[in-house]
Unconditional design. Structure first.
Length: 180
């Protein structure tokens, strides 16, 4: 199971204590037990000046020698009113080959300009779910940057004021009408 961290504040904060230094930090959780190691990727996302999402990711465990320095740098750089951290233990509902499953584009959080998205678990029927995400999301899915339904979902445009979880609006309508 993946591990998630979220910080939401009314002012800029550093997430370094929770991502790195605490005895319960994501870094510590990344390899608590070898049989439950979060070895399939990591990511830290936050918003920089101007509201643009910034995401730093890796494809191995944050604890691994090849990933550790980049994870530590991202944990120290992450600063803002909203910060997400994710450690990945991959599920494979699409039965992807290992080289596609453990890939940078599948590490979270996902970003779409001013949106960050991370989750735990998998979408159980990814092939059936994709049409509900609309034409923009299908183009996102066909690009080289999305190999998972959650990555495709993040690229789905939303009508202003529409809750982030709502796929019943313009995306679904354009898909059902064959427009887009």
């Amino acid at each position: 199971m993946c591990r998630l961290f979220g910080l939401l504040s009314t002012r800029d904060e550093s997430a370094e204590p929770w991502l790195l230094r605490s005895d319960r930090s994501l870094f510590v959780q990344s390899n608590v037990a070898p049989d439950r190691a979060q070895k399939d990727g990591w990511g830290v996302g936050w918003f920089e000046n101007g509201g643009r999402a910034r995401v730093e990711k890796g494809t191995g465990g944050a604890y691994e020698a090849t990933e550790r320095d980049r994870y530590v740098r991202a944990a120290r750089d992450a600063r803002g009113p909203l910060i997400l951290g994710h450690l990945r233990h991959a599920s494979n509902p699409l039965n992807l080959p290992q080289e596609k499953l453990i890939a940078l584009e599948n590490s979270q959080p996902f970003e779409s300009h001013t949106t960050l998205f991370a989750h735990n678990g998998s979408i159980p029927f990814p092939t059936e779910t994709r049409p509900l995400l609309g034409s923009m999301s299908r183009r996102y899915a066909e690009s080289t940057t999305a190999r998972s339904c959650s990555g495709c979902w993040c690229g789905t445009p939303k009508r202003p004021g529409t809750p982030w979880w709502d796929i019943s609006g313009p995306s679904r309508t354009s898909c059902e009408a064959g427009k887009g």
